[in-house]
Design a protein around this ligand. Structure first.
Ligand code: NPQ
Ligand code: MG
Length: 381
């Protein structure tokens, strides 16, 4: 079956990357990204060693979810990595079972699993898309449609200028961040500008309450693909009620932290569309399970984004090549967020599409000198 490896080295690196433009959501505005990367070395039975990289999507503060980058680093160093090493020979599929007695910290667990998956795929000269095709029997896409997430702007004029820029870049779907006070009129102005044929959706990042059904129903007039995470993450019944009150489909993001919970949310009528983010659910392998169960239940899925570097962006593009990803994801070009990427082959868009990586591993090559220049700390376990 799957070859086993010894986890012979784990390095943690923190990098700082400025954003090309501030990114404002209902939970705050960010001007730079503080990112934890993991580099592993796997040693095979024949003694050969392969490196792999994973990106932890935790933010610098616990604003999107309870995790934050310093906590992720701590739990990896003091709990996750020691348990993985003590568990003996491993492969990507054994990481989650080995760590399952440790609660929570899905983004930290995902980063470790991803680095091991990258190394394992490189060792077997396999692309991530080939691996997923073998694992699921699916026919994988070779290009995927690219959507863009647009932050909240103070004025409608500024918002329209930003959206027009992304339309000019070729993005095939626009997602607007919204919050109370920057919603109905902002969305209406964008719909007027882009016309009826460009797919449009909104993301509230939990900014509304159960009593906002009448307010949110005003969004129905704009023919949106979906409303993403309007209510707090724990409020599954609230989302189910909102799904009855509002015609626009309700999509969950923050609420979905496992395959099990996703199945329950769908059964309750709270999740008409699913945003799949591998970090939020504990890794790419759990993300595939969620994809599969959504397909079985007729729930469309799309791949979310966490302002990843070229490491996470390449992996997301491979995942989104699965056939259930029928809606454009938040997999934009690296240049949407960063002037320069830490990989030599950053994700780009051509005529609105991203090419699924076709080199072994997750499909990126590290730009070592640029990575070193943005590294703020590093530590080998
Ligand atoms: C979402 N991402 O779908 C997230 C939220 C998110 C692309 O909309 C810095 C500041 C990093 C804000 C990462 C997108 C962030 C951030 C992710 C917001 O909800
Ligand atoms: Mg979201």
């Amino acid at each position: 079956m799957t070859d086993l490896f010894t986890l012979s080295r784990i390095e943690l690196r923190r990098i700082g990357l400025p954003l090309v433009t501030p990114f404002r959501t209902s939970f705050g505005s960010q001007t730079e990204r503080d990112i934890l990367l993991i580099r592993v070395e796997l040693t095979a039975a024949d003694g050969s060693t392969t490196e792999g990289w994973g990106e932890c999507v935790a933010l610098s503060e616990p604003s999107y979810s309870p995790e934050y980058v310093a906590a992720a680093q701590h739990v990896i160093e003091h709990h996750l990595a020691p348990r993985l090493i003590a568990g003996g020979p491993l492969h990507a599929g054994s990481v989650a079972p080995t760590l399952s007695k440790l609660h929570g910290h899905p983004m930290a667990k995902a980063a470790l699993e991803t680095a091991i998956l990258d190394a394992q795929l490189r060792a077997s000269n396999t692309t991530f898309a080939e691996y997923l095709a073998t694992a699921t029997g699916a026919t994988m896409a070779t290009t995927i449609p690219s959507g863009v997430s647009v932050g909240i702007h103070d004025t409608i004029d500024e918002l329209l200028a930003a959206v027009q820029g992304y339309i000019d870049d070729g993005y095939v779907r626009i997602k607007l961040k919204i919050e109370p006070g920057s919603d109905i009129d902002h969305v209406g102005a964008v719909r007027d500008m882009i016309g009826p044929d460009t797919p449009l959706q909104v993301d509230a990042n939990t900014a509304y309450r159960r009593t906002d059904g009448n307010h949110l129903r005003q969004l129905d007039q704009f023919d949106l693909l979906l409303i993403e995470q309007p209510l707090p993450e724990e409020d599954i019944i609230g989302h189910a009620r909102l799904a009855d009150e509002v015609d626009t489909p309700i999509c969950l993001d923050e609420s979905l932290v496992s395959a099990h919970g996703t199945a329950d949310a769908i059964e309750l009528g709270a999740c008409e569309i699913a945003n799949i983010k591998p970090g939020r659910v504990g890794g790419y392998l759990e993300a595939v399970k969620i994809h599969d169960l959504c397909v079985a239940r007729g729930v469309p899925v799309w791949c979310g984004g966490m302002l990843e570097t070229g490491i996470g962006r390449a992996a997301n593009a491979g995942l989104a090549a699965l056939p259930g990803f029928t809606l454009p994801g938040d997999i934009s070009a690296s240049t949407r967020f960063y002037a320069q990427d830490i990989v030599t082959n950053p994700i780009t868009i051509t005529d609105g599409y991203v090419t699924v990586p076709d080199t072994p591993g997750l499909g990126f090559e590290i730009d070592t000198s640029f990575l070193d220049s943005v590294t703020t700390a590093s530590h080998t376990l």
